[in-house]
Design a protein around this ligand. Structure first.
Ligand code: FAD
Length: 492
């Protein structure tokens, strides 16, 4: 985009002066021959669907360095892509052209922890799982958990407003994040790392940056409310014959388990079978027979006696009904892990290969409706003949966070196919919007869903988003081409 200045050797030299030579990865000038290889990981996302062409990745270690980088990029009109663990699923963290990648991975220190309030203040580049391990001896845990926890960073989680498997228990990051430190496009630092539980002093600016996908500022520090650790946990996997029964079990679980319900996940038979066929991970079938739907219910408590009592009441409320066809309840830690492994392997085993995937939310009664609609559409187009029935589409399945109404639809392909994508898109987004759903539940818009923003928000709201972008990033240098359609971004 001619609006931005192309990277030049002087820019690289300036960055080297700021950060030292090792934290500037580049293919420019006197760069070593293998510098391109070092840049590959910054230019490729987890799905490998998005490949950037950035020639320079920067690895600052302090907020001050981030501020200096942004001040310089603003003066020079260099476009910048913030990048965390690079596990995002919509291309949001990848440079589309030659933007400079600003990787937060070296900012990985816990700053403070208050065991009385349970508040944690840390650098944005801390890995989610590392933070969990830090909190564990203090009797606390992070208020979010997702299968990418070993790689994703808290700054990336905040910037995507990540949901994950414990959303049903702990709620959204909009509730758990107490304060943020953010570097704006011109290098101004917003020092708002408050750990106060209550602070009604005007506009609560942190909410602007939660879910902004790096388009409004660079998150460099996070203050977050951790949750008391529930060391006592069981997980049940239930085989269910219909969505009506799955809904009844969800309702029963909410009321019977109350605060002990900490995850409620669902996947269908086509996802289960595709996983078993595709995965190289050591995944064991949770139940001996096949079932149309599988539910994973996690039950947790701080007290073992309380947990045992709740589990007993819960199992009794299911036994004697025809709600579940089969079920298994973890008896020890290893069984607990094996059952969770199945759920966590689903995105890795299915989405990580030739697959189209859609992250949608609906009300519980509509949760699964989109899957049969897509199967029918692909059948009509001659591309799908039932699971493993031949044709280019191997499976059309649904999995996800049923307790939150958040379904991940997977169209598993035998090979990448534009034809299948054209049949599914934009139909799947239009159908979702027409049926009152959200076209992005928890993964954000990134690059992938920019063309469909109009399906998510009415025009006056999009206008306000543009005004906010123009106010905070008037030159449009922060993560261009993401979230808002580029042609309409107001460059001044
Ligand atoms: P990245 O992928 O590096 O970046 C994501 C976006 O945030 C980009 O737009 C980037 O520019 C921006 N960004 C990153 N860091 C910063 C920063 N410090 N300041 C400003 N902007 C920044 N997501 C869920 O919500 N729930 C799930 O259950 C879930 N499960 C997943 C399972 C697997 C196997 C995988 C691969 C992904 C899953 N995801 C899930 C998606 C992904 O892990 C999340 O979106 C995660 O929050 C991204 O964090 P990250 O550090 O990898 O960010």
């Amino acid at each position: 985009d001619p609006v931005y200045k192309p990277l030049a050797i002087e820019d690289v030299q300036h960055f080297r002066t700021l950060l030292g030579p090792h934290d500037v990865i580049t293919t420019f000038g006197d760069a070593p021959q293998d510098a391109g290889d070092a840049l590959t990981s910054f230019n490729t996302d987890w799905t490998r669907h998005f490949r950037g062409q950035s020639q320079c990745a920067l690895r600052p270690r302090t907020t001050e360095q981030v501020a200096q980088i942004m001040q310089y990029c603003h003066q020079q009109r260099l476009a910048v892509v913030p990048q965390g663990g690079n596990t995002g699923l919509n291309g949001g963290g990848i440079a589309l052209f030659d933007e400079v990648v600003l990787s937060l991975g070296k900012m990985d220190q816990v700053r403070t922890f208050d065991p009385v309030a349970g508040t944690l203040v840390c650098d944005a580049g801390c890995i989610l799982q590392t933070l969990d391990a830090y909190l564990e001896p203090h009797g606390y845990t992070m208020p979010l958990d997702l299968a990418a926890k070993g790689s994703c960073q808290i700054g990336g989680n905040v910037s995507t407003n990540a949901g994950g498997v414990h959303f049903i228990r702990h709620g959204s990051l909009h509730g758990n994040v107490l304060g943020l430190e953010v570097v704006l496009a011109d290098g101004t630092v917003l020092h708002n790392l408050t750990t106060l539980a209550k602070d009604n002093t005007g506009y609560d600016l942190k909410h602007l940056f939660i879910g902004a996908e790096g388009t409004l500022g660079i998150v460099t520090g996070v203050a977050i409310k951790s949750a008391p650790l529930r060391r006592n946990k069981r997980v049940a996997v239930l085989g269910v014959s219909s969505m009506e029964k799955a809904q009844q079990i969800l309702a029963l679980s909410r009321t019977s388990l109350a605060e002990c319900l900490s995850a409620f996940e669902l996947w269908d038979d086509e996802c289960m079978e595709t996983l078993m066929e595709r995965t190289r991970l050591p995944v064991k079938r949770p139940l001996a027979d096949r079932h149309p739907f599988y539910l994973l219910v996690e039950i947790s408590s701080t007290e073992e006696s309380h947990l045992t009592e709740r589990v007993g009441v819960y199992v009794n409320s299911l036994v004697g009904t025809d709600l579940a066809t089969d079920g298994v309840l973890s008896q020890d830690q290893s069984q607990f892990r094996d059952l969770w492994n199945v759920r966590e392997a689903l995105p890795m085993g299915i989405l990580g290969q030739a697959c189209l995937t859609y992250d949608l939310t609906f009300t519980p009664d509509q949760f699964y409706s989109v899957v049969p609609v897509l199967r029918e559409r692909l059948t009509q187009a001659g591309l799908y003949q039932g699971y493993q029935g031949g044709g280019i589409v191997q499976a059309v399945g649904g999995m996800g966070h049923f307790g939150d109404g958040n379904i991940h639809v997977a169209v598993a392909l035998r090979e990448q196919s534009r034809e299948v994508a054209n049949v599914v898109e934009p139909f799947v987004y239009e159908w979702t919007a027409e049926n009152g759903g959200s076209i992005s539940a928890e993964h954000g818009l990134g690059l992938l869903k920019v063309p469909y923003l109009r399906l998510a928000k009415p025009e006056p709201m999009i206008q306000v988003m543009r005004q906010m972008k123009a106010a905070l990033d008037p030159l449009g240098i922060l993560n261009p081409y993401k979230v808002l359609p580029p042609s309409r971004v107001q460059h001044t």
